[in-house]
Unconditional design. Structure first.
Length: 322
């Protein structure tokens, strides 16, 4: 199949993207892929399927450590693998599935109950704001919430608290080399909340002042989740001070097959730690770590509060989609 402009060229902007959320990456990639498919003639499914694998590999190499991106890619693979049963051109089936990722479903199907099957009804990207619904009951006004790093889901939950009149006070961690704490402060500035920004090194001590510790994640594996480096120390300090810890994450953060990976680009792009290091210095710039899932950890999802055991069952259901 000869192409005037390869798909990989159209995706180049996403390969250098270090700031967009996983949801934003999936939405942009879906729009690019859908538009690209619209320019192609109906062709042999095997030929198009093989081509997609090659053209999407660079995107998967950069963003595949993020669970929603993995889930998106696995769904495309499933469409290709099951193409004979659809009895329609593969191009048309792919465009229909991508339309569902982009939100093209009936109002009645706007539920977070998608079973992972291509073309099945249900919302592909759950509403992240729904994670906040189960957190409000039992919370008091002006509670102090420690937030180690930036998370759009956590930001949406804080907005929900503010709109409910609870006006929480925030302790924001520096957020690693990407300075996610600044991003969180800018994101929430419009709420007029009492916010403090502190160095990551001081977070384990300051968390004792908090009523709660909230964190987001890019991916949840079989027995651990991804967190900004140093979050494990904050979590242990919170446990010692009996500060309840909650991970705010929608179900698409469950990694298919539980294969949790660290982003390779964070290890290679050493400018995150030092842009021009001295000769002979080994720069360890990976700023994510695997945080073991312990029973004291609680997950706030679009389905409500879940324990690690309940979340593990959800992960098994995701495994069944392999």
């Amino acid at each position: 199949m000869q192409l005037r402009l390869p798909l990989s060229r159209k995706l180049e902007g996403l390969l250098d993207d270090r700031t967009s959320t996983a949801e934003e990456v999936v939405l942009e990639a879906s729009e690019i892929l859908c538009t690209w498919l619209g320019t192609l003639p109906d062709s042999d499914a095997l030929q198009l399927g093989a081509l997609l694998g090659t053209e999407l590999d660079p995107l998967l190499a950069v963003h595949g450590w993020r669970a929603p991106v993995q889930l998106w890619m696995r769904t495309i693979d499933r469409v290709v693998g099951q193409s004979p049963r659809f009895q329609r051109p593969l191009r048309a089936v792919l465009m229909e599935e991508l339309g569902l990722w982009l939100g093209g479903v009936d109002v009645a199907d706007f539920q977070a109950d998608w079973n992972g099957e291509p073309l099945a009804p249900g919302r592909r990207l759950p509403r992240r704001a729904n994670c906040a619904q189960a957190l409000v009951p039992g919370m008091e006004k002006h509670e102090i919430i420690a937030i180690p790093a930036f998370s759009e889901t956590v930001a949406l939950a804080v907005e929900h608290l503010a709109q409910s009149g609870l006006q929480p006070k925030l302790i924001l961690g520096e957020g690693g080399p990407t300075l996610g704490g600044r991003l969180m402060a800018r994101r929430l500035e419009h709420l007029g909340l009492d916010m403090r920004l502190i160095y990551d090194a001081g977070m384990p001590e300051k968390v004792a002042e908090a009523d709660r510790l909230w964190m987001g994640t890019e991916a949840i594996g079989a027995d651990s989740l991804l967190a900004t480096i140093g979050t494990g120390n904050v979590f242990q300090a919170a446990r010692k001070s009996q500060v309840p810890c909650t991970v705010l994450a929608t179900s698409d953060k469950l990694v298919p097959m539980g294969d949790l990976r660290l982003p390779e680009w964070a290890e290679k792009e050493t400018y995150l730690l030092w842009e021009a290091p001295v000769s002979g210095l080994q720069v360890e710039s990976q700023f994510y770590e695997r945080l073991p899932i312990q029973e004291t950890l609680v997950f706030a999802t679009e389905f409500g509060i879940q324990s690690p055991a309940q979340l593990a069952m959800s992960a098994l259901r995701t495994d069944d989609l392999a």
